[in-house]
Ligand binder design. Structure first.
Ligand code: NI
Length: 187
């Protein structure tokens, strides 16, 4: 089942999130729905707050990016309660977008190398070092679990230049081809 995606300006994107427990009701169904929602919107990552749930759950499938970023090949994962450890200070700046900010993309600086610890959909623990665009995707999605979006990493000067676009998102004045929920009452 495809779920509506919550858009920039909606308070659920800023809320604190709770760890997922193994007795969470219908977790596999939820993960399936999140993948379906992400694929239908042509995304490569989706975090639970983006579908209105304040829990620490992310889905990622970066395979579509493999031609440009080989580290992304075949990486389809559900991340339960993921934890990022920064391995060194090396930073890299690249353009990012987000399903919660349709039509926008901005350059974002992020650390290059991380170690990720997470539980998979069967609550099996994993630990892996990641770099490149895979590391970037993981950092972007985990930001959502802490009430952050990539726009928070963009300079105030740059945000001033795109303030009308950001306001339009908050007011529901935009077009995209997937179901959304905005901070505005109704379009
Ligand atoms: Ni996002």
């Amino acid at each position: 089942m495809k779920l509506p995606i919550y858009i920039y300006g909606h308070p659920v994107l800023r809320r604190a999130t709770e760890p997922v427990t193994s007795d969470y009701p219908e977790l596999h169904k939820l993960i399936d729905d999140m993948f379906e929602t992400m694929y239908a919107a042509d995304g490569c990552g989706l975090a639970a707050p983006q579908i209105g749930l304040s829990i620490r759950l992310v889905v990622i499938d970066t395979d579509i990016l493999k031609d440009q970023f080989p580290e992304c090949a075949g990486r389809k994962m559900a991340l339960i309660n993921p934890e990022i450890e920064i391995l060194d200070g090396e930073e890299c700046t690249r353009s990012e977008g987000c399903l919660s900010l349709p039509g926008l993309s901005e350059n974002v600086g992020r650390v290059e190398h991380i170690r990720l610890r997470w539980l998979d959909e069967n609550f099996q623990p994993h630990e892996e070092e990641m770099s490149g665009f895979l590391s970037r995707c993981v950092q972007h999605e985990c930001d959502h679990l802490d009430g952050k979006v990539y726009m928070d990493h963009v300079s105030a000067t740059r945000k001033l230049l795109i303030r009308n676009k950001l306001r339009n998102l908050m007011e529901g004045k935009f077009n995209c081809d997937y179901k959304v929920k905005t901070a505005a009452r109704r379009r």
